[in-house]
Design a protein around this ligand. Sequence first.
Ligand SMILES: CC(C)(COP(=O)(O)OP(=O)(O)OC[C@H]1O[C@@H](n2cnc3c(N)ncnc32)[C@H](O)[C@@H]1OP(=O)(O)O)[C@@H](O)C(=O)NCCC(=O)NCCS
Length: 314
Amino acid sequence: MVTDEHSSPRTHDLDDGPDAARLLADLWRQACPDEPIEAWVLQEKILADPDRDPRLWLTATHGGRLVGAATGVVRTQGPEGPTGFVQFLAVAPGYRRRGVASRLLDELEQRLARRGARRIRAFGGAPSYLWPGVDVRYTGALCLFERRGYRLEGYDFNMEVDLTRPLPVDPPPVRQQALERSGVTVRPLRREDREALEAWLRRTWGPHWAFEGMLAMDRPEPAGFVATRDGDVVGFAVFDSTRPGWFGPMGVEPSLQGGGVGLELCVRAMEEMARRGYAQAQIAWAGPRCFYARKLGATISRVFARLSKPVEEA
Ligand SMILES: CC(C)(COP(=O)(O)OP(=O)(O)OC[C@H]1O[C@@H](n2cnc3c(N)ncnc32)[C@H](O)[C@@H]1OP(=O)(O)O)[C@@H](O)C(=O)NCCC(=O)NCCS
C-alpha cells in the first residue's frame, strides 16, 4: 500500500490477500454505521463472487489507511449481454466530497468497459449481490450516480415481516388441510436434498436461483424449507442466502401455485428464522409484493433505485 500522508487519497488495486474482506468491512462500518456488513459476507459476495475479477477491485488510500473502495464485476448472463455491476462503493466520512468516489468510479467504469460491459448498473447483479440497487435513503450515492449520467429505470423493494409476534396466518391444522389436498409435504432442507434441489432450481427457475439456493444449503445449518410431492421437489424457500436475516428466494412449481404451498414454505421458514434469533425477516428484492403483504402482513422496508447507463456514455 502506498503511503501518501499529505496529498489527496490515491487509487490502487485492492490487495487480494487474507485481510481484504476485513479491510472492506472496516471501511463500510465507518461509511455506513447503520448497516453493518460482516467481513464474511463481503468475502462471499465480492471476493468469492463466481465471476470475480480482482482487476475490478479498487481502493483509495491516504497515509496508508483505506479511505475508499469500489468493486465491480461483469456478468454475461441475460438478454442484455455483458453487463458491468458496481458491487460495492464506500468512502470514509472524513474524505467525502473530495472526488474520491468519482475517481474510483472513473477507473472502475473504464475497466468494466475494457472487459466488454455494454451497460453498467449500480448494484444488483444477482445471483451474488449486496443490494438490489441504490438505497434511496443513501443520498450521496444516489446523487453521485445521477450526476454521472446513470438513469433511473425503476425501483425494487425489500419487505419486512415482524418475527417477534405470531405470523397472521391460519393455525397449522388448517394450513395442513390445504397441503394435503395437493399431496405436498413441507419440511426443513437437508444436506442430502442438494442434488435434487439444485437440478429442480436450474430447470424451473434458472441458474441464479440455483446459486442462491445452494448458498443457503451450504450454511452451517441448511437455511430453508423444501416442498415435495411423491418424493419430487416442487417448491423451496431459503433465507441467509443474500445476507444474514434476508429471506428468499422462494418459489413453487407453476402448476401448484395458488394452493397454499408457497405460504406454508414462507411460514415455516420465517418461524425457523425466529427460532434462530432473528427479530424480523427481510424479504430480499421482493417479487410478489401483494402476496407477502396480504398473507404475512409484510411491509415495504427498503426502496432501491435501479440505475444504469450504457457504456458508450461511460
Ligand atoms: C456515496 C459516496 C461513496 C460518495 O463518495 P464521495 O467521495 O463523497 O463522492 P464524490 O466526492 O466523488 O462526489 C461526486 C459528486 O457526487 C455528488 N454527491 C456525492 N455525495 C453527495 C451528497 N451527500 N449530497 C449531494 N450530492 C452528493 C455531488 O454531485 C458530488 O460532486 P460535488 O461534490 O462537486 O458536488 C459516499 O457518500 C459514501 O461512502 N456513502 C455511504 C456508502 C454508500 O451509500 N454506498 C452505496 C451503497 S448502496
